[in-house]
Write a protein that binds this ligand. Structure first.
Ligand code: A3P
Length: 305
């Protein structure tokens, strides 16, 4: 089946998920050709769940001893330029991209929005690390609605909130359905906790220092007592904070490869921003959907409702 995307292109339903056609081709090349290394780190998410933040944090944690504070590459590059996306930056126009030059830092770090089921066996069978971040679907939905409007060419009519809501609830959005995406990674993280870390945006917002330390430990780059005393964790939190990244020249004025302005990646960064946009009946429907879909898992978004 084929459906109109939120910004004028098409979505195809493939093995339970909705994918844009060009991503579909890139995904096949990625699945076929990519060879994972045990030292690789993969950052995974459904769009608008905090990917940019996770990339900045992971990059800073892993490379904290590679450069002086004032030479942090985050000062001159957007986090997405430091951690390329398989299906956009690497395999979109090239079946065998030059991975070494795409990742100038070691260990290699990549990202993807593909569901867990679509990851190549090479990744699943390796000893690499996977970090997944997700977010309350109501905030993610509002974030996606604003973002896709920025991707919309002038000749495509804007999608109303009602229409977007309808599509979201049916799972029709890039890499949707949302709940299947979240649950795929959730189950994998339960089966393989040493390899797959499942994070929630709201938890990072609540206690970022704790999660920086957790990420460091999980990835094999734990913080020493001396580092903690020196305030290294707090400095990473500050560098990667929304307020700091948003104001950097590269993020205010830079452009990503597909003509996406870096500043479109930074909007409000609030927990509960949905309450300014969703109608009471939408909220009611959402709550029921969340309850139905997550009923048998331990994933809880309730704190943010
Ligand atoms: P809002 O649209 O709600 O503001 P992604 O990076 O996956 O595309 O997610 C984008 C969302 O994360 C946007 O949410 C954006 O504002 C927020 N965001 C971007 N950088 C952030 C940061 N450093 N810290 C917290 N949130 C951030």
């Amino acid at each position: 089946p084929k459906e109109k995307n939120w910004y004028g292109t098409h979505l195809y339903f493939y093995q339970g998920f909705w994918c844009a056609s060009r991503v579909f081709r890139a995904m096949i090349c990625f699945q076929k050709h990519f060879q994972a290394l045990d030292s690789d780190i993969f950052l995974t998410s459904i769009p608008k769940s905090g990917t940019t933040w996770l990339k900045a944090l992971t990059f800073s944690i892993v490379n904290r001893n590679q450069f002086a504070r004032e030479e942090n590459p985050l000062l001159s590059s957007n986090p997405h330029q430091l951690v390329p996306v398989f299906e956009y930056d690497l395999y979109l126009n090239n079946p065998c991209p030059d991975l070494e030059n795409s990742c100038p830092y070691q260990p290699r770090m990549f990202s993807t929005h593909l569901p867990y089921a679509f990851l190549p066996p090479s990744i699943k069978d390796s000893n690499s690390k996977i970090v997944y971040i997700c977010r309350n679907p109501m905030d993610m939905f509002i974030s996606l609605w604003f973002f896709t409007d920025k991707l919309r060419p002038d000749n495509v009519e804007p999608l109303s909130l009602d229409e977007a809501f309808e599509k979201f609830c049916q799972g029709m959005h890039d890499f949707g359905p949302f709940f299947d995406h979240v649950l795929g990674y959730w189950k994998a993280s339960q089966e393989n906790p040493n390899r797959i870390l499942f994070l929630q945006y709201e938890d990072l917002k609540e206690n970022i220092n704790f999660h920086i330390k957790k990420l460091g430990k999980f990835l094999g780059f734990p913080f020493s007592e001396v580092e903690e005393e020196q305030g290294v964790v707090e400095e990473i939190a500050r560098m990667c904070s929304f307020g700091n990244l948003k104001e950097l020249d590269v993020n205010k004025n830079g452009m990503h490869t597909f003509g996406i302005a870096h500043n479109t990646l930074f909007r409000k960064a609030e927990v509960g921003n949905w309450c300014n946009y969703l109608t009471p009946s939408m909220v009611e429907y959402f709550k029921k959907l969340i309850q139905d879909k997550l009923d048998k898992s331990e994933v809880v978004f309730a704190r943010t409702l």
